[in-house]
Design a protein around this ligand. Structure first.
Ligand code: ASP
Length: 324
């Protein structure tokens, strides 16, 4: 029988609705009480690592989850399920995808409706996630996010709706598989897995979103000794308003690595446009283009690369996500 570790970390899946209709954390995590789910089919080991709403989760907690999984792999676990708040679930999932060796299935799940709401999705998602983690066919797929009967890669999935149970989507590429009743079925596979081991996390890695008429004010606010890195969600294919350029150059002069992604929901950032502030000029200035990742994922990737101490060229190579 497969041995599956369930790591509970909090989020709506662990919360309940009170008499006023507010969603509140519980002292006792109700999903952790479901340790007998799938009894006789898997051996479930439960670890309540922490109990936080996911806006309270930082890279420090992400590293703690990673370290817990590394210990479990050494102890011979067959698969891992992590329950997590959905607000930052995609960031934790991608952090784990980058920092864990791809040896056993690791699945992250959560819920959009708390444990005692009508139509609560928590227990169902938890069960599907265990079924995916326990399946042989799930090996080698990277860290996965299983919600609402769909299997998504940690790398490309994103939360797209504030409350709908079908919130997790993979723009441009789609889910890699489905959970059909009690088993996973895969239709796609990532073409390249990445692994970057780290034992600490750096701070002060920032994310800014470009907008029409943006100037250098926000960039200049980061022009200090603490800033370790910056991701910019650029316009369209990866362009910036020209008024931002002097301040962006001042950050580059300080040797602060700057990564460029697109603020568009679909597509990839590319250096296509040759006008002031266009992607071609930004690349020549030294910005690193990161294709296919959204801003929050690119920030995690930059943070992991910096935490690993990658020198500039290696960091640039690491941040390229597509193979071309
Ligand atoms: N605000 C909640 C959280 O991320 C949302 C959820 O879990 O669905 O903790």
């Amino acid at each position: 029988m497969k041995k599956i570790l369930a790591i509970h970390t909090g989020g709506t899946i662990s919360m309940s609705q009170n008499d006023q209709g507010e969603i509140v954390p519980n002292a006792q995590n109700p999903i952790a009480q479901q340790a007998t789910i799938l009894d006789g089919q898997v051996q479930l080991i439960t670890d309540e690592l922490f109990n936080l709403p996911s806006p309270h989760v930082t890279p420090v907690q992400m590293l703690a989850i990673k370290q817990r999984i590394v210990r479990a792999i050494a102890d011979g676990i067959d698969g891992v399920v992590i329950t997590h708040g959905t607000d930052t679930l995609e960031e934790t999932a991608y952090f784990l995808d980058l920092t864990l060796p791809d040896t056993i299935p690791v699945v992250v799940t959560g819920a959009m409706r708390s444990s005692n709401e009508v139509g609560s999705d928590g227990l169902h998602n938890f069960q599907s996630a265990i079924q995916v983690a326990a399946a042989d066919v799930s090996r080698g797929q990277g860290v996965m996010v299983v919600m609402n009967d769909e299997i998504h890669t940690a790398r490309y999935v994103t939360k797209t709706h504030t409350t709908n149970v079908a919130t997790f989507r993979t723009p441009t590429f789609g889910p890699i598989g489905l959970v059909v009743k009690d088993h996973p079925t895969y239709f796609q596979q990532l073409i390249r897995q990445e692994f970057c081991d780290i034992d600490h996390v750096v701070g002060h890695v920032y994310l800014l979103k470009a907008f029409a008429g943006m100037d250098g004010t926000l960039f200049d606010a980061l022009n200090n000794d603490q800033t370790a890195g910056l991701v910019i969600e650029g316009l369209g294919a990866g362009n910036l308003p020209p008024q931002t350029l002097p301040a962006v150059q001042r950050l580059l002069d300080r040797k602060i690595p700057i990564v460029l992604v697109s603020r568009c929901y679909n597509g990839v950032a590319e250096d296509i446009y040759d006008y002031q502030g266009g992607g071609i000029e930004l690349r020549k200035m030294g910005l690193m283009l990161c294709q296919g990742l959204n801003g929050q994922k690119a920030r995690i990737k930059l943070l992991v690369g910096l935490s690993a101490g990658l020198p500039n060229d290696a960091l640039r190579e690491f941040l390229k996500t597509a193979v071309s």
